[in-house]
Design a binder for this molecule. Structure first.
Ligand SMILES: [Zn+2]
Length: 319
């Protein structure tokens, strides 16, 4: 009788110990979607991060792989960061030439149970991307061809990116599905509002040509029937040839260009050179590929950057 009592006490103690260790295991694993733990979401570039953050609304921990202030085009994460992504619940990448390393690990991630989503799948334009400033494109610029990745600069396409992010969060964390859906609807309404502002601003303008630092605004230009002329190619690292700069100067004079756009991240030197050459001013047009830490601290996001883009484009295209 006495022995049985001891066994019962031992068994119940064992149950308590196992329960406790199970609990502490959960807290040691922030990636776990169970209970009150937040799911962990990794994104490759800033616009995906910002949309994921807004849809998560505090119920998920969102980490952007490209550090603040770092040029997004040629960024590749460290092996340590890649290992962290394998421990995540959700991985959102664009797909295509912006984050080619992501495509390579996506299948393995899915096998490990990570919800891996290419947000821009099927949305990137044709392979023969070209713009007016590139008519005399040198042969050594051929590597620049390929699908244009900059879809997030079109608010209408951004609605699809946001919807896919919402679906990914719901797939990983169904308990919070309503929360994610509601936040997505708010985000979608804001993107609709942004689209309306751009449409209204440019439906009646006569001037439609704008000159930018790198070929990032093709989707935006097509959406609002504008014409982008790019100094550099699809990546901001490519330097234009003197021949191309001379051709750009000719186009700027011919089209009566009043402002040359530059990106804060890439510097204004080239834009200033061209502006001086043709007697134009310079303004910022942000491709929103990454944010600096100062911009983040100042509360800048996709929408504040797009509103500034809108104001500066209006200024440049005014008569
Ligand atoms: Zn770019």
């Amino acid at each position: 009788m006495k022995g049985k009592g001891v066994t019962a006490v031992f068994l119940s103690l064992l149950v308590i110990v196992l329960t406790l260790s199970a609990c502490s295991f959960n807290t040691d694993t922030p990636a776990s979607p169970h209970g009150q733990e937040k799911i962990r979401v990794y994104t490759t570039i800033y616009p995906l991060y910002d949309f994921a953050l807004k849809i998560a609304g505090g119920r998920a921990e969102v980490v952007n792989v490209t550090p603040a202030g770092v040029e997004a085009h040629d960024f590749e994460p460290s092996p340590r960061t890649v290992a962290d992504i394998y421990e995540a619940d959700v991985f959102i990448y664009l797909g295509g030439p912006m984050d080619p390393w992501a495509e390579k690990i996506a299948k393995q991630l899915a096998e490990k149970g990570v919800v891996a989503v290419a947000a821009a799948e099927g949305l990137l334009g044709d392979e023969d991307h070209e713009n007016e400033g590139d008519r005399d494109r040198d042969r050594d610029h051929d590597h620049d061809r390929g699908p244009d990745p900059h879809v997030w600069l079109d608010p209408v396409i951004s609605k699809t990116l946001a919807e896919r992010i919402a679906q990914a969060l719901i797939a990983a964390d169904g308990e919070n599905a309503d929360h994610y859906r509601q936040n997505f609807e708010v985000l979608k309404a804001r993107l609709d509002d942004l689209d309306k502002k751009f449409r209204e601003a440019f439906s009646g303008v006569k001037k439609r040509d704008f000159v930018v630092n790198h070929d990032a605004f093709g989707y935006l230009a097509r959406r609002y029937n504008l014409n982008q002329i790019a100094i550099r190619g699809l990546s901001p690292q490519q330097e234009p040839s003197p021949r191309k700069l001379a051709e750009l100067a000719r186009i700027c004079r011919e089209k009566d260009i009043k402002y040359i756009f530059f990106e804060t991240a890439a510097g204004s030197k080239l834009a200033e050179t061209l502006a001086r050459e043709v007697g134009a001013g310079t303004l910022v047009l942000n491709p929103i590929e990454s944010m600096t830490e100062d911009e983040m601290k100042a509360g800048e996001d996709y929408f504040s950057a797009m509103e500034k883009n809108l104001e500066n484009l209006k200024k440049a295209l005014a008569e």
